[in-house]
Ligand binder design. Structure first.
Ligand SMILES: NC(=O)c1ccc[n+]([C@@H]2O[C@H](COP(=O)([O-])OP(=O)(O)OC[C@H]3O[C@@H](n4cnc5c(N)ncnc54)[C@H](OP(=O)(O)O)[C@@H]3O)[C@@H](O)[C@H]2O)c1
Length: 300
């Protein structure tokens, strides 16, 4: 029988990318209008109506700075809602896939993080996401918690779009060069999840747990912005895209201290993906390949 999947946050980057790739399943892909995660009552009603075999939850309160001033809503969406979804999934003997973040770490380690490393989020967003992870574990159902980082894609608002917009309007860009991580495309995430599902289904209990789930390699925000501009310029000639205003020589590296934000961010966001490869034989492409794939699918 075809598996029934309930997918949340379908208008988000990862939700949208998943919706277009979970074609071999009976998919209930729900927007905020169809399922408002701030209401436990709605969550219970919708899950009981659909009776899925699997819930995939990419929906989240992702506005990192806004979470500092709206902690109650951040916790409601990032911690309470995943707990309720997990409780309802457990009631149906269903499985649960949830997304979490590099921001559960404080960034003080100087090599890539392993799943078993100590978590110590330094901002409300990270704390609320960690509370969500803990709540799911406490429910005790078959689950995967996929910690990803620096998400961008063809669809949605993200760093890639911001850089391309600014690069078409400004003579110079100032980009933080002392935070390191793996830019990860929503397309790579969705393709990775499809592969995971095939491996996970027969062995739900043994593979349950938390996994790092990012494009491979790492860079700084400055390195990512530079590659975005170089990649745009490489593709622009054959695609007839308009020239950018900024030249690569005018992309300037700055420090976190030069660009203060409301929420603190970890300096080291690099996640080691070895566990994913070992348990599932799944590897996401390099961040440069992920970027190339996304930019090839874009139009200007
Ligand atoms: N973005 C990143 O850089 C990043 C980094 C690390 C980890 N992650 C994690 O990866 C996952 C996917 O992130 P993403 O980049 O795809 O996020 P996104 O593009 O911001 O999408 C989040 C989605 O959640 C939905 N949502 C928010 N509040 C809701 C509510 N009350 N009820 C129902 N839906 C609600 C939003 O709905 P609307 O469209 O209606 O606003 C949106 O569609 C999240 O768990 C996030 O924490 C993201």
């Amino acid at each position: 029988m075809q598996k029934k999947i309930l997918l949340t946050g379908v208008n988000g980057q990862v939700g949208h990318a998943l919706k277009t790739r979970l074609l071999e399943y009976e998919l209930f892909a729900l927007s905020r209008e169809q399922l408002d995660l701030s209401s436990a009552h709605d969550i219970r009603r919708v899950v009981r109506e659909i009776k899925p075999d699997l819930i995939i939850n990419p929906a989240a309160f992702t506005a990192v700075d806004k979470a500092e001033t709206e902690p109650e809503l951040a916790y409601a969406i990032n911690a309470t809602a995943p707990q309720t979804l997990a409780e309802e999934a457990a009631r149906l003997n269903a499985a649960f896939i949830h997304f979490s973040t590099d921001y559960v770490y404080d960034g003080t380690k100087n090599v890539p993080y392993l799943e078993q490393d100590i978590v110590n989020p330094v901002c409300v967003y990270g704390k609320s996401k960690l509370a969500g992870e803990e709540a799911i574990r406490a429910v005790g159902l078959p689950h995967l918690i996929l910690r990803t980082s620096w998400v961008y894609g063809v669809y949605g608002k993200n760093f890639l779009k911001t850089i391309l917009h600014q690069a078409s309007e400004r003579d110079s860009l100032r980009i933080v060069a002392d935070q390191f991580g793996a830019p990860t495309s929503s397309e790579s995430i969705a393709e990775g999840v499809v592969k995971l599902l095939n491996v996970w289904q027969p062995d739900l209990e043994n593979k349950t747990g938390v996994y790092h789930f990012t494009n491979s390699g790492s860079t700084s925000w400055y390195g990512f912005a530079s590659e975005i501009i170089n990649e745009y310029n490489r593709l622009a000639i054959s695609r007839n895209w308009p020239a950018l205003k900024v030249s690569i020589d005018n992309v300037v590296a700055i420090t976190t201290a030069d660009y203060p934000t409301l929420a603190l961010r970890p300096a080291n966001s690099r996640l080691d993906n070895t566990k994913l490869k070992k348990m599932f034989h799944v590897e996401l492409p390099s961040w440069q390949q992920g970027l190339h794939q996304v930019m090839q699918a874009m139009a200007f």
